[in-house]
Design a protein around this ligand. Structure first.
Ligand code: DUC
Ligand code: ZN
Ligand code: ZN
Ligand code: ZN
Length: 458
């Protein structure tokens, strides 16, 4: 078995921080300690580097059919870009087609990801049509290692389920020990506001933002938490963006309910002032939309208060030409934003280096908490003996600039063009293999494996 010794790095996990050596044998970590008295086939000198567990992005949409087109990163290009940014595992969404089975959707997604992904991946199952036959499939999905079930409370007619279906799904998922997640926005309210704006000839990207005010998210987040509390299911709100929604979660904690919360890197760093009256704002047309500076502050505080456990991306890239499908009507702009590659470096530079979060919080929200919530811990999400050797070596001082010219995502613009970051991910290991080093990809198409997941372990 090949062995690799990583010497003298500052090894940081969610609950430890020490300069030491890591011995990797095959795909896993064999030993950790100061000055390990071992010889290995290869040695990496990590002096001056910070070593953290491989990042987990629990919210990505790769090669996904949506709004009349497909998101532009495939499982190959998306997971490769993820590796360049230190994300070694991504959880992608399988979308059930209304009127069809979960199995059909899973087979379709497996067909796109199997043998093509470069980084490790798993799937959430988005249940868009809960009925007696879908109900019977829940246990089959759990048996396949798909233990999280996504719901959309918006996108009526394509993805949305109603509250009756929500209750039934939660009851069934609870029976099988799974987790229900939600895109928690009030679809009917949003559809009404979109129709009103269009009827008034208000068609620029700014009206995308004005069609999804904070109340649409706060209302649905509270409703989701209430139904979850009634059914007793494990619950998780994806891409939470704002104060009103987080207050609903805070309220739930007061009755000793636990609702997991994910925000995404863009909601921490970007705000709605990017939606001007020209088409440029289409770069940030995503749902929910970017919010206000006061919401960013609430989210950073929420991380430190332990109310927000996860920072993902909702990576859902579209080429500029695809965005232009909505050049004359904001409601036709494919919703989504590219970020899978830059989540960790953005969070390190703007979070850790600017003193908003500690290095250990960084590890928790970028990796460990997702591993625990989504049933992959301790195989993923930490640096411990027996865990997968998914390791990220960061040069904490090195400066670099984000640009579409140099990124690896298959999309022709960046939402962060020209941002100068401090802290660069230099080397990334995935299951013991150097996957990225000094900007070069070292593993190929098909190296990524499907990760079977278990119950919540948080
Ligand atoms: N929001 C997006 O912006 N894109 C994909 C799906 C979603 O909910
Ligand atoms: Zn059952
Ligand atoms: Zn969503
Ligand atoms: Zn999403």
């Amino acid at each position: 078995m090949a062995s690799l010794l990583i010497k003298n790095g500052r090894v940081v996990t969610a609950d430890s921080d020490a300069v030491c050596d890591i011995l990797v044998e095959g795909e896993t970590i064999a030993a950790i300690g100061k000055n390990l008295p071992v010889q290995a086939d290869e040695t990496i000198d990590a002096t001056g580097k910070i070593i953290v567990p491989g990042g987990i992005d629990p919210h990505v949409h790769l090669d996904m059919p949506f709004m009349g087109t497909f998101s532009s990163d495939t499982h190959e290009t998306g997971t490769r870009a993820a590796l360049h940014g230190g994300t070694t595992t991504a959880i992608d969404f399988v979308l059930q087609k209304q009127g069809h089975s979960l199995r059909e959707a899973l087979t379709e997604w497996q067909g796109r990801a199997t043998g093509t992904a470069v980084g490790d991946y798993s799937f959430h199952m988005a249940v868009t049509d809960f009925n007696p036959s879908t109900k019977e499939e829940i246990k089959d999905m759990v048996a396949e290692g798909i233990t999280s079930f996504k719901t959309f409370m918006a996108y009526k007619g394509a993805l949305m389920i109603d509250d009756a279906q929500m209750v039934g799904l939660m009851q069934e998922v609870r029976r099988h020990g799974g987790l229900v997640t939600a895109h928690a926005t009030n679809g009917d309210m949003i559809d009404t506001l979109i129709a009103q704006h269009r009827a008034a000839g208000k068609l620029t990207p700014r009206y995308h933002y004005l069609s999804q005010p904070e109340v649409t998210e706060a209302e649905a987040s509270g409703r989701f938490a209430d139904i979850a509390n009634y059914t007793g299911v494990n619950s998780y709100i994806v891409h939470l963006t704002c104060e009103g929604a987080l207050n609903q979660v805070r309220r739930a904690t007061e009755r000793n309910q636990r609702v997991f919360v994910e925000t995404c890197i863009q909601y921490l760093l970007l705000d709605a002032s990017l939606y001007g009256d020209d088409f440029e704002g289409a770069k940030w047309v995503m749902s929910p939309p970017l919010r206000e500076p006061k919401d960013q502050q609430t989210l950073w505080a929420g991380i430190n208060q332990g109310l927000v456990q996860v920072v993902g991306t909702d990576h859902c890239p579209f080429m500029w030409e695809q965005k232009r499908m909505g050049a004359d009507d904001f409601s036709k702009i494919p919703n989504g934003h590219p970020a899978i590659e830059h989540r960790m470096e953005l969070l390190f530079s703007e979070g850790v280096n600017k003193g908003r979060i500690s290095l250990q919080k960084f590890v928790e929200v970028s990796s460990t908490n997702s591993a625990k919530i989504f049933g992959m811990f301790p195989r993923k999400g930490t640096i411990s003996i027996g865990a997968d050797a998914d390791l990220v070596l960061i040069d904490p001082e090195k400066k670099h600039t984000i640009s579409a010219e140099t990124h690896h995502m298959n999309v022709d613009y960046s939402g962060y063009e020209g941002w100068e970051l401090t802290g660069k991910i230099e080397t990334v290991l995935l299951r013991g293999q150097v996957a990225v080093d000094a900007g070069e990809t070292k593993v190929g198409r098909g190296y990524g494996q499907f990760i079977k997941r278990g119950p919540v372990n948080y």
